[in-house]
Structure formats: C-alpha cells, structure tokens
Design a protein around this ligand. Sequence first.
Ligand code: G3I
Length: 305
Amino acid sequence: ASTLGDAAAERGRYFGTAVAANHLGEADYVGTLNREFNSATPENEMKWDALEPQRGQFTFGNADRIVDHAQAQGMDVRGHTLVWHSQLPGWVGSLGTNDLRAAMNNHITTVMGHWRGEIHSWDVVNEAFQDGNSGARRSSPFQDRLGNGYIEEAFRTARAADPNAKLCYNDYNTDGINAKSNAVYNMVADFKQRGVPIDCVGFQSHFNAQSPVPADFQQNLQRFAALGVDVQITELDIEGSGTAQANNYRTVVNACLAVSRCTGITVWGVTDKYSWRSGGTPLLFDGNYNKKPAYDAVLAALGGT
Ligand code: G3I
C-alpha cells in the first residue's frame, strides 16, 4: 500500500484527518485528503455553536459539505462533538436546569438524527474532566446544573438517537496513565458494569515538548481496551520536525497497532499550513503538501511503502 488509508486498512484500521469545510475548494488540500485518508472528522463544523447557534435553529450546511465529500470518497466520518463546554453558544449557559436538560437531549437527538446511520463514531462527550491531580469533573453548564449524571444521560440519549453509531468519550492529557486518565477509566469501568452504553474512548494525543508522547501510552490504551471498549487516537499532532518528530509518530502508530481494539488513528489536520497550533509544524504534510519524514515513518509503521 502506498497511502496512509490503504496501509491502515490492511492492518484492519482507518487513518483519518480533521477536515475544515472552508478548505474544500483548494485543489492541493482536496487532492491530499482524497488520496491519503479514509476517515474524516469535521474540525469545527459539528460543534454546538456551528450546528445550533440559536435554540432550536439548526444549521447543518458546512457539516453536510464535509459529510457529502467524505461519502463520495468512501470515507468514514467521525462526529465531533455533541456535549462540550467549549464552542458552546451563550444561550446554553443561561438556561435553568430543566431547560438545559431538555436542550442537551434535543441537541443530541436532532444532530444524530440528521446523520442517522451515516456516522461511524460520535464523540458524545468531550473533555469533561479537569487537568491536574484532582481527577475531578470540569466546571461547565452541564456539570454545574445537571451534576455528574449528565454524561450517562447524554450517552443513553445518543444510543437511542442512532443505534448504529459507536459512542465515544473523548479527552486530552489522558494519553498516559495519570490522575485524569484514571478518572476517565473509572467512569468507563462503571458504565460498562452498569450497562450504560459506551463503545469507545478517544485519546486526542496532542503532543509537544511540554506534553510528550507518554512512555506508557500503549499500556494506557490497553487497559481501556480491557474494559471492553474500542480505543481510537482522535486528534493526533506532534510538535517538532525531522527525525525526532518522525520517531514520535512511529511510536504512536506502533502503540495503536499493538492494541487489537485500537481501531484507528486521526491526525488533527491535513497540512501544517492550517494547523490549530499557529506557527507550529505538527502534522504529516508541510505547508506545500510535501510529505515530511513523519509521513514516511507513519506509512512504514503501517506496513506501506
Ligand atoms: O469561524 C470563525 C470566523 O467566522 C471568525 O471570523 C474567526 C475569528 O476568530 O473565528 C472563526 O472561528 C474559529 C474556529 O476555530 C474556526 O476557524 C475560532 O475562533 C477558533 O477558536 C476555532 O479553533 C478551534 C478550536 O478547536 C476551538 O476550541 C480549532 O480550529 C480546532 O482545531 C480546535 O480543535 C480542538 C478539538 O475540537 C477538541 N480538542 C482540542 C482541539 C485543539 O484545540
């Protein structure tokens, strides 16, 4: 296999990227996307502020453009994300408890219903835990008004809305074994024990000098998989360049390949030119869409040439 998607498919996995609708008119962007990747995650277009800017008024256009493009190319789509404290329109935060509960469930039901049967995996809840050693939940309108039970409620509503979608919990700084990933682990174990519907855990995997690839990355993926969920690397990017960056990417790919329930990898963008890390070079293609050493390392790790 000579592309990331084809090589990953031969290993029983997908290889995806975040996609931004406003770049779909750029020939080099689309050419690289179509050639290399077999899964797409809308980078911002399925977030609450994009889909429901006013209560009950849904705007699906930009996200539909990405889904239509992916489907025409035979790519899977990851849905990102239904319940998140960020990119949340102001009206959500000003609701009282009962209205907020209704709005959360209506958002999940309406959005998942719009693409029912068309989304491979949904990030149902994103980034619900605090950084640091507390293992505590992050403050948000959902946490503060609805309490700990909002995550379970969101997953139950999501299962009813699209029974064929895999339902994921997604977070960052949970890639190694630490207090935050322990808190997520305990939640997933509790959900599995009580029959709360959850199918997968997403590890964002945004790495840089301050937050390098953890030595126990594979071990952490494995312990979650042992709970009976799939694991996915959902937003991979690694700051750096040259051989050092390539080696880090190789480590991440090998960790996924070593865990049978690690079903796929998504990088958080096609080209360094449009990375959310402004000025950074964390992706597999440079600003001119040339393959970087990191690309060669990933392709080789997947068994491609
Ligand atoms: O679309 C508006 C545009 O109309 C406006 O003129 C412009 C001015 O600021 O902003 C544009 O929105 C920006 C949006 O990206 C689209 O480009 C937002 O300001 C900007 O904050 C937003 O950043 C996104 C960020 O999430 C927001 O939290 C990044 O593109 C996106 O890569 C990033 O992705 C997150 C994942 O969803 C969750 N995990 C972490 C990851 C990286 O931060």
